[in-house]
Each structure stands twice: as structure tokens, then as C-alpha cells.
Design a protein around this ligand. Sequence first.
Ligand code: C2E
Ligand code: CA
Ligand code: CA
Ligand code: CA
Length: 278
Amino acid sequence: AKARGKNTYRFFSQDLNDAANERLLIESQLREAIRDQQFLLYYQPKIDLSDETLIGYEALIRWLRPDNTLVPPNRFIHVAESTGLIVPIGEWIILEACRFLARQHSRGYAVSVSINLSVRQFNDEQLTATIERIIQRTGVDPAYLVFEITESMLMGDTDAAIKQLNQLKRLGVSLSIDDFGTGYSSLNYLKRFPVDELKIDRSFVKDIPEDQNDMDIVAAIIAMAQKMQLRVVAEGVESEAQAEFLKQNACYLVQGYYFSMPLAEQELSHLTFSIKTQ
Ligand code: C2E
Ligand code: CA
Ligand code: CA
Ligand code: CA
């Protein structure tokens, strides 16, 4: 019995060690990645269905390892977040996305760029100053910058969150609530936060048109957004039927594989959408 107990203990501690070791490994690799600039941004088009134009892009980070594997964000963002490395990485993301925006504008494209913020970044008191510095350095018009945050970032200390949002708004950027409907949604808090846009989470879109319940939820979110004069964007649109449903319900702003995957900047020239010009 004693031997088995010992084995059991070893079994679990080995498991814990594996998880901890993997984390440590990713952490040291992330430090290398920052140093050696192994990150890149992909851009997913945001389409306006009312006139079929491309109106902007969401910047999505990728990690290109020295062995040429492309690592998706859900494999490393949580480690970057828990180690605090997301702050320097996030600063790089904002700078890179603003440089991209400046290049788009210099070609005459009136597109916006949406940037995801992590919890740690959002709670950083330096965030507004950092963004302001990057706006000045790159010369971009902040009216074309959108910052995406999630509901959960707003729920802890709501007064601090409102203060942070107001500071960001003063820069002239817009704010979007990502993955809307998946968090602790309360209609009450929406009114209190100075946001401009809601992004309907993919989980509500993916089973349209089969799931009547999801269709009712999506229609209700769209109606509510309109009532509150918020822009509404549907993410994860993968089929014509989904796009048609959204259009019928007056949600014109969409993103998803049906229109385009996220692409590297040099691949964007292959897109066939007409792009809003200045
Ligand atoms: P998100 O912000 O909700 O981004 C949307 C995710 O859905 C992206 O995955 C995108 O590639 C994927 N997607 C887009 N259209 C479709 C579709 O039609 N079908 C399906 N199945 N998926 C679609 P990705 O790029 O792997 O990013 C995953 C998550 O990682 C993001 O979710 C976001 O939370 C985080 N993330 C990505 N880039 C950044 C970043 O630069 N900073 C931070 N803080 N987080 C990021
Ligand atoms: Ca997002
Ligand atoms: Ca999302
Ligand atoms: Ca999502």
C-alpha cells in the first residue's frame, strides 16, 4: 500500500512538473521570441455587407518559431499574460499595427485596424501613455484605431475600468467589447461603459441557421446594440446563410472565414473586395 501511495504521489507530481516545465519552457522561448522578433501580425478583413466593402482589419498575433512552425495565440498568450511578458509583446503589437495602418493610409485606403488588448495590458496604468506615444511616433489618425477588450476585464473593479476606458477614449480611439455574450453580460453595465462597438461571439454565429435559439440571441443582441447606438460586428461568419441572416437582421459588419482568413500583410493584395478610400 505504501509503495502504491508513493507511486500515486509520483504520478501526480510528475504531471504537475510537466505542466510547470512546459510553462517555464514557453516562458524562456517567449523571451527569446521578443529578443529575436519572432512575432508577426496577421490581418483579418472586416467587411461591410451594406456595400460589400472592406472597411478594416483585426490584427491577430502569430509566433513564427525558428523551426518555421507558426504558433497560434491560444498556445502562448496565456503564458505571456501570466508572466507579464504580454506587456512588452502587447506594446510591440500596438506599434506594429499602427505602422501597418500608416502604410494602408499612405496608399489611400480609409481602413481601420482593431487591436486585441489582454487583461494585464488593460490594467496597466501606462497603457494610455504608451498608445499615445505610439500614435505620435507613427502619425496615425486615432479615429481609425479600435481596441478590443472582453467583458471580464470590465467586471472586477468597474470604477477603475471606466476610468481606463475614458482615458483611452480621450485619445480619439474607439473601443469594442469582444466575444460579447460569453462573459457576465449585464445590460446594466453596458450603459456605464463608454464603448462604441459590440462583437457578437462566434459561438452564437456558428450554428446559424440550424439553431433557432442562437438566431434569437443574435437578433436580440443586434436590436439592443442599435437601441444603444453601438456598432455591432459579427465574428466567425463561415457561410453565405450566416451572412444572409445577419444582413436580414441589419448587422452589416462581419468577419469570418467566409470572407477571408486572417492573412499576412503581403497576402492582402490578393483580396478582391473594394476598399474604402479617403
Ligand atoms: P479573438 O479576438 O476572438 O479572435 C478571433 C479568432 O477567431 C481568431 O483566432 C481568428 O483567426 C478566428 N476566426 C476568425 N474567423 C473565423 C471563422 O470564420 N471561423 C473560426 N472557426 N474562427 C475564426 P486566433 O487568431 O487564433 O486568435 C485567438 C484568440 O487569441 C483571439 O480571439 C484573441 O483572444 C487572442 N489574440 C489573438 N491575437 C491577439 C493579440 O494581438 N493580442 C491579444 N492580447 N490577444 C490576441
Ligand atoms: Ca478580437
Ligand atoms: Ca472575438
Ligand atoms: Ca472569440
